[in-house]
Design a protein around this ligand. Structure first.
Ligand code: GAF
Length: 388
């Protein structure tokens, strides 16, 4: 299937630019199983890659010109000069690929220009990392075409820099690393402090289970203020507690740490979420690694949702409705996933219960007057790769 997609994207590239591309690459979106907002606190995360992916047909150029086109956005080919690229100058979709080129050059890599045609099946604004997929596919293509020799985690760091500085969104490193480094059939246990990682087998089908993604259709954007406010609150908490990052507050010392925060109620809630969330990731990893029944992770996902809703305060009525309805209809676990304020929830379910849960959630949305959600099964898929 990937090959057919690659051929289609390559054919469109040839129409646009009058020659065949030098290659075609893909990078996936992700869902996060557990470990939310921990990545900018040097903590733990556990995403896996979706089958949905951004695909890029790319040729290198030597003349300092970057040409960009997307099948998913109205408009023609955008033409930019590499020497003119500068942070936050561009507020269009082109900021994502152009930001990657900017970050590579700023880091001293000799990228001399490119023609790029992009096409993505990752739903945008759904909390499934459509931006990171775009960044990583461009970074991987340029890495190969200019023989830069960068590893997956190094590409992820450059893509994060592009998004932080060029696009202006203060995101962590999870999404880019997931897109660059995930492997099919596995979830990625990532320590965001040093980017050490472990591929943890995650094969739900073998246990008669499924993981559903419910896209609430409530759009969100990280460059808007709430994500940045949470990040700033966490940094304040770390400063008040005298640690480099909230990762350094041991779970066993949480009560003592919270009592040291005096009347900083808001910060206290943020700290409690981050410290307990890191501990939840560790519990999920050890359960999955033990080879015991995967159903045991269900209650931990539910705890994580409650913490995001009540302490971190980034859920919304649609996400809560998915979680409550799925659990009432027999789901083993459910939680919001990604940055929050809309986007998607995940639901862990026994295979025979999937249809009833999907129906119940869809009906609950209709009753509440919400837009019909989009429900699909997420199978842990491959990370970024060359297709053609
Ligand atoms: C978004 C960000 F891009 C990630 O870095 C991460 O913080 C996530 O929200 C929350 O876990 O996807």
């Amino acid at each position: 299937m990937s090959e057919a997609v690659a051929e289609t994207v390559a054919a469109r590239f040839s129409e646009l630019y009058g020659a065949e591309p030098h290659g075609v690459w893909a990078a996936p979106g992700r869902v996060n199983l557990i470990g939310e907002h921990t990545d900018y606190n040097d903590g733990f995360v556990m995403p896996f890659a979706l089958p949905h992916m951004a695909v890029a047909a790319v040729s290198r150029r030597e003349d300092g010109v970057l040409r960009l086109h997307s099948a998913d956005v109205e408009g023609g080919v955008a033409e930019l000069r590499l020497d003119d690229l500068s942070p936050e100058s561009d507020k269009n979709w082109t900021a994502y690929p152009a930001g990657v080129v900017w970050a590579l050059r700023e880091a001293g890599h000799a990228v001399t220009g490119a023609d790029i045609h992009l096409s993505s099946t990752v739903p945008s604004g759904a909390g499934l990392s459509s931006s990171a997929a775009l960044e990583v596919v461009v970074a991987l293509a340029l890495n190969d075409l200019f023989s830069l020799g960068l590893r997956g985690w190094q590409l992820a760091r450059l893509c994060q820099r592009a998004e932080n500085v060029y696009v202006g969104a203060p995101v962590g490193i999870m999404d880019q690393t997931a897109s660059a480094c995930c492997e099919a059939g596995h979830a990625l246990f990532l320590d965001t402090r040093d980017l050490s990682q472990k591929q943890v087998p995650f094969d739900l089908a073998a246990e008669g289970m499924r993981l559903l993604v419910v896209d609430t259709q409530v759009k969100h954007s990280h460059s808007e203020g709430e994500y940045g406010k949470r990040r700033a609150g966490c940094e304040k908490g770390a400063a008040l507690l005298g640690v480099n990052a909230l990762r350094d507050v041991p779970y066993d010392d949480l009560d003592a740490a919270l009592s040291r925060l005096g009347d900083e109620e808001e910060v206290r809630r943020l700290v409690r979420h981050i410290v307990t969330e890191n501990e939840r990731v560790e519990r999920v990893v050890s359960l999955l690694e033990s080879g015991d029944d995967t159903r045991a992770i269900g209650p931990i996902l539910v705890e994580g949702h409650a913490s995001l809703r009540d302490d971190f305060r980034i859920s919304c009525p649609e996400l809560d409705l998915v979680v409550d309805t799925a659990l009432a209809s027999g789901a083993v676990g459910a939680r919001m996933t990604g940055g929050g304020f809309g986007g998607s929830a995940i639901v862990l379910a026994e295979e025979p219960d999937v249809d009833a849960i999907t129906k119940a959630v869809t009906e609950a949305f209709a009753t509440a007057g919400f837009t019909t959600p989009r429900v699909f099964e997420a199978v842990p898929s491959a990370g970024a790769r060359s297709l053609l």
